[in-house]
Ligand binder design. Structure first.
Ligand code: SF4
Length: 73
């Protein structure tokens, strides 16, 4: 499920491409404040804290995702 928030005055959406995600666990191991295992290894996007201070880390993890499945729109 995509999640939307505001960052620097614009609306930003974070979602997972579940067709390409390999359930490698990297995203929720590194950023559990934003991603959680939905039960089968595929992450859900859940903002447990205000996201603004995590943007740099979120962008880095999206770049590190081996299948480029984290979409920041
Ligand atoms: S890092 Fe990418 S491939 Fe790995 S679980 Fe997260 S979205 Fe899926």
């Amino acid at each position: 499920m995509p999640q939307r928030f505001h960052h620097n005055g614009r609306s930003v959406e974070v979602k997972i491409d579940i067709d390409t995600c390999t359930a490698c666990q990297l995203c929720y191991d590194r950023l559990p404040q934003v991603f959680t295992d939905r039960g089968d290894g595929i992450p859900l996007v859940v903002f447990k804290v205000p996201i603004e201070n995590l943007m740099e880390e979120l962008i880095q993890i999206a770049e590190d995702c081996p299948s480029n499945s984290i979409l920041i729109l």
